[in-house]
Design a protein around this ligand. Structure first.
Ligand SMILES: Cc1cc2nc3c(=O)[nH]c(=O)nc-3n(C[C@H](O)[C@H](O)[C@H](O)COP(=O)(O)O)c2cc1C
Ligand SMILES: CC(C)CC(=O)C(=O)O
Length: 356
């Protein structure tokens, strides 16, 4: 099944309100479409007679040994897509050797997500995504929960001072999870009565000091997700980050920012090889991965395609998405004369209409 076919199948099976929740973006959805169309502006300029019959497409990431260059970006509420929810996603990502970023908005608790990943592979990489809570003890409780579950890195999302205005959800009146579903990691946190849920924090209060405090409270590598400005990438490094993720939240937060891909080169320059630079937003085919890697990304994340695979076919659907992207990427790498990811270099990317 192609990614397009999985999307179409997902659209047919899903409640239209849940489909819109995933498909949609903020405000006029300008950034949502810009993320994908940015990839149409970059083309590859292959090298020849320097390839190999076999290629090594693995990458080294914090908290992951030999991972695919494609990771599963954190997305909320997988049980709305399929009854097996995050467990299915976890098994699929582990089987395909991809990092899974699960998070505070998962409808399955993180320990069960890691356990499911371990059913599929002995040494899976599951990272935990969280927001900085204005109350330090809540953040710390989430960090400990992720550590105890066996997560191998943390991801702090920093682009959500306030929740984006999701036009389709506002139109559809989608404000709450249906009965029987909850953000399970937010249960039993400090300051709330036993068994109850704490709201997922969207707060403009946290600062780099709070981030640095989080990085100090754990031995796990901590990545920052939602970096667009190169100066913030440098600040992240200065405050203990082990990696940065260039992302505009899939066009779901500020609807007046550049496409994620367009922000990548300046962040790569700012980081200057000191930590991995990951990106997500609009990746839909193997050649998109090649372009992002050539522009300096270490790995790329996919959000919506994984949700469509999950909705269409559960675990098998997510596996199909990850395997398809990897196969397409390997194929592109071969056509570009590459043996390994590092063979894709900046000079091999040109803007449409231009050549070197
Ligand atoms: C339905 C949905 C839920 C999301 N939930 C979260 C979340 O809880 N935390 C987070 O950091 N990012 C979240 N994101 C953003 C993704 O991590 C990622 O940045 C984005 O989906 C990448 O773009 P793509 O969907 O074009 O691949 C969500 C995205 C979608 C589509
Ligand atoms: C519940 C939210 C935290 C999920 C989110 O980040 C999103 O829908 O973009």
């Amino acid at each position: 099944m192609t990614l397009r076919a999985l999307h179409d199948a997902a659209r047919k099976t899903l409640d239209p309100v849940h489909y819109d929740y995933v498909a949609g973006g903020a405000d006029e959805e300008r950034v949502l479409s810009a993320n994908e169309s940015a990839f149409d502006r970059y083309l590859l300029l292959p090298r020849i007679l320097c390839g190999s019959e076999t290629r090594d497409t693995t990458v080294r990431l914090p908290g992951a040994r030999r991972a695919a260059p494609v990771f599963v970006a954190p997305t909320a509420f997988h049980r709305l897509m399929h009854p097996d929810g995050e467990r299915a996603t976890a098994r699929a990502a582990a089987a395909e050797g991809a990092v899974l970023v699960t998070g505070t908005a998962a409808t399955t608790a993180v320990d069960a997500v890691v356990a499911a990943a371990r059913e599929a592979a002995p040494d899976p990489a599951v990272w935990f995504q969280l927001y900085l809570h204005p109350r330090r003890e809540v953040t710390e409780a989430l960090v400990r929960r992720a550590e105890q579950a066996g997560c191998t890195a943390l991801v702090v999302t920093v682009d959500s001072a306030v929740f984006g205005r999701h036009t389709r959800d506002l139109r559809n009146g989608f404000t709450d999870l249906p009965p029987g579903h909850a953000a399970e990691n937010m249960r039993d946190l400090p300051g709330a009565p036993p068994g109850t849920l704490t709201d997922i924090p969207m707060s403009a209060a946290p600062t780099w000091r709070d981030f640095a405090e989080l990085a100090r409270m754990t031995a796990l590598p901590v990545l920052v997700k939602g970096i667009l400005h190169p100066a913030d990438a440098r600040l992240a490094l200065g405050h203990g980050a082990s990696g940065v993720i260039v992302s505009n939240h899939g066009g779901r937060q500020c609807d007046a920012v550049p496409a994620a891909l367009d922000c990548l080169p300046a962040v790569v320059d700012a980081v200057a090889g000191r930590t991995p630079v990951l990106m997500d937003g609009g990746v839909r085919r193997g050649s998109d991965i090649a372009v992002a890697l050539a522009l300096g990304a270490t790995a790329v994340g996919v959000g919506r395609p994984v949700m469509w695979g999950l909705a269409a076919e559960g675990e098998a659907g997510v596996r199909a998405v990850l395997a398809t992207l990897r196969d397409e990427y390997d194929h592109t790498l071969a056509l570009c004369g590459g043996r390994r990811n590092a063979d894709l270099t900046k000079d091999m990317v040109v803007r449409r209409g231009e050549t070197r």
